[in-house]
Design a protein around this ligand. Structure first.
Ligand code: ATP
Ligand code: MG
Length: 545
């Protein structure tokens, strides 16, 4: 264990701020916050240290400490970052929720976790007020944009930090001390509370170095919201533990604004998601010619399979490669990836990195031969592995067999050790005895001029066991008609096979997704079958990332 050697103070908050100040790098830029009106604020590591210390002191004074859960329910703003680091510094647990969650989603997560405090904004506070009596553990609400405390439990974040010292001595932190709590995206069902430990720092930091190849010269932008694991592992911990300067944007998706930011802020490494890239793909190519992206070295993607068509588009329109990365809330950091310097095989998410040992297994924990589809598993033994699902021991225990963690995804591996994502366990389609990956059909559809996006599902069928249904979102300049439908059929049957050609092709205006941009196939399936869609708390009402 090299922890003591690398980290005299093994605490994520300390390593992301104070460690750089101690090394004489405190005057360096930690982040530039650009709000939705494009107003910029710059913060050095010294300021990150001071501001997070203030919140750490304020929490300590109120009696918070180890194992207390403090949840941020904020849109991206400087306090999102200061509070996250401050919570970790006192060895409390930092939770983070999407700011557009509704009341039921909040009750589920704040109630399940037993959160002791929530940090929010005036405009979101009313949601908490309406549910507060259902949350007996919730002692305090901190509001970032009011000047004075409202009462003894609803406190002004500003007043608290203004009265607190900017010096804080981080207590001893055991590597197994709980650190970050995230709820999964809820793509396959009810979101699960995933608890991480401070030792996660090791894997997150190393992967940011090895895969994202971040160095102190970089300017880095991770578009993920802090409500999702990518937003904390790679929007906070990875880059800051390496002392890398970031930008954080408080606005929403806008192709021109994003390109402007990449250009004006001289971003060198960009981490985003396939759903955002697919949205960029439907923009007029002329738009991209207006911007100078010569500083941008690498683009990475995570969250969903990266359709090969996106890579082709990026090479042609941006003149860049896109490196796919695979991980989960549970794994805490990237496990499998493409990376600069390694040949990309379009359609493959790359290889495991470092000591990560990934395998394709049958249901009993036996490894399968190359090119055989099976469960994507990881041999236990990396530091960012989750410690438990909150209040869900049974589901947690079911995830392990024969020393492997079962990810719940299906994949195969080739002779050279590249991994190919097929689908989630629940989404694979068994039609007439053939296993068909919805991703393969969706990727083929994306190559058609008419198709903006699609989602493919399997539904029960008497003859075929399951039949394939494709929901297709047509680009604005096309009108859905029988000719387009026929064209899609002929195209898919030529490109893939007649077996993989959907039995029904249904036009749709908006593909249902969750806030992290993942297609919610189970929602389409329920809708098609006239059934209840179950937990839709993470569903976004429009295409956003
Ligand atoms: P839930 O577990 O609640 O159903 P979720 O699995 O979507 O939600 P996350 O932990 O946010 O929650 O997402 C991890 C999943 O996202 C992976 O298991 C995989 O299915 C998908 N995923 C992530 N990255 C990739 C990738 N590069 N290629 C393919 N799929 C990916
Ligand atoms: Mg999952």
């Amino acid at each position: 264990m090299k922890d003591a050697e690398f980290y005299p103070i093994f605490n994520i908050g300390h390593q992301c701020s104070r460690a750089h100040c101690n090394a004489g790098l405190g005057a360096g830029n930690a982040f530039t916050f650009i709000d939705h009106n494009f107003q910029k604020q710059r913060f050095t590591f010294n300021q990150l240290e001071a501001n997070s210390n203030r919140f750490a002191n304020a929490l300590s004074d109120l009696g918070f400490g180890e194992k207390d859960i403090v949840v941020s329910f904020l849109p991206k703003c400087p306090e999102t970052f200061f509070s996250f680091i401050g919570i970790l510094k006192i060895n409390a647990i930092a939770g983070s929720l999407f700011s557009n969650f509704g009341e039921q989603a909040l009750i589920d997560r704040l109630g399940d976790s037993g959160a002791k405090a929530v940090i929010t904004k005036k405009s979101l506070y009313k949601k908490i007020v309406r549910i507060r009596e259902k949350l007996p553990s919730l002692k305090y609400i901190f509001i970032t944009d009011i000047d004075k405390h409202i009462d003894e439990t609803v406190l002004s974040y500003r007043q608290l930090v203004n009265n607190a010292s900017d010096v804080f001595v981080v207590p001893e932190t055991a590597p197994d001390c709980p650190s970050v709590l995230h709820y999964t995206s809820g793509s396959t069902g009810k979101p699960k509370g995933v608890q991480h430990l401070h030792r996660a720092l090791n894997t997150i930091r190393e992967s940011a170095k090895e895969i994202l190849q971040l160095t102190s010269d970089d300017i880095y932008w991770c578009t993920a919201d802090q409500g999702w694991v990518t937003g904390t592992s790679y929007g906070i911990i990875g880059p800051w533990s390496l002392g890398v300067s970031q930008i954080h944007f408080g606005g929403t998706y806008d192709a021109a604004a994003w390109m402007q930011l990449l250009q004006d802020e001289s971003v060198t490494v960009w981490y985003t998601a396939p759903t955002a890239l697919r949205m960029l793909m439907i923009e007029d190519e002329e738009l991209f010619k207006k911007y100078d992206l010569s500083k941008l070295k690498h683009i990475f993607s995570v969250g969903e399979p990266l359709n090969p068509e996106i890579n082709l588009w990026a090479q042609k329109v941006l003149g860049k490669e896109i490196y796919d990365t695979w991980f989960q809330t549970e794994t805490g950091s990237i496990m499998i990836a493409n990376r600069p310097g390694q040949t990309i095989i379009p359609g493959s998410m790359g290889k495991p990195w470092g000591d990560i040992n990934a395998a394709i297994c049958d249901d009993e924990g036996n490894e399968l031969p190359v090119r055989k589809a099976g469960n994507l598993c990881l041999r236990l033994g990396w530091d960012s592995m989750f410690a438990m699902y909150l209040n869900n021991k049974e589901v947690y225990e079911n995830k392990f067999r024969n020393g492997f963690y079962y990810s719940g995804d299906l994949a195969y591996k080739d002779e050279k050790g590249y991994f190919y994502f097929m689908s989630r366990n629940d989404d694979i389609i068994n039609t007439a005895g053939h296993l068909i990956s919805p991703f393969e059909i969706e990727s083929a559809l994306l190559a058609m001029d008419e198709v903006a996006e699609s989602a493919v599902i399997g539904v029960p069928d008497e003859l075929l066991w399951e039949k394939i249904i494709a929901f297709v979102n047509i680009k604005k300049q096309f009108i859905w008609n029988e000719d387009i439908e026929l064209k899609i059929r002929i195209y898919l049957s030529n490109k893939l096979s007649t077996i993989a050609t959907p039995k029904e092709i249904i036009p749709i205006d908006v593909i249902p997704k969750n806030r992290s941009g993942k297609i919610l196939r189970r929602v389409l399936k329920a809708k098609y079958l006239g059934e209840d869609a179950g937990d839709v708390s993470t569903m976004d009402d429009q295409n956003s990332i």
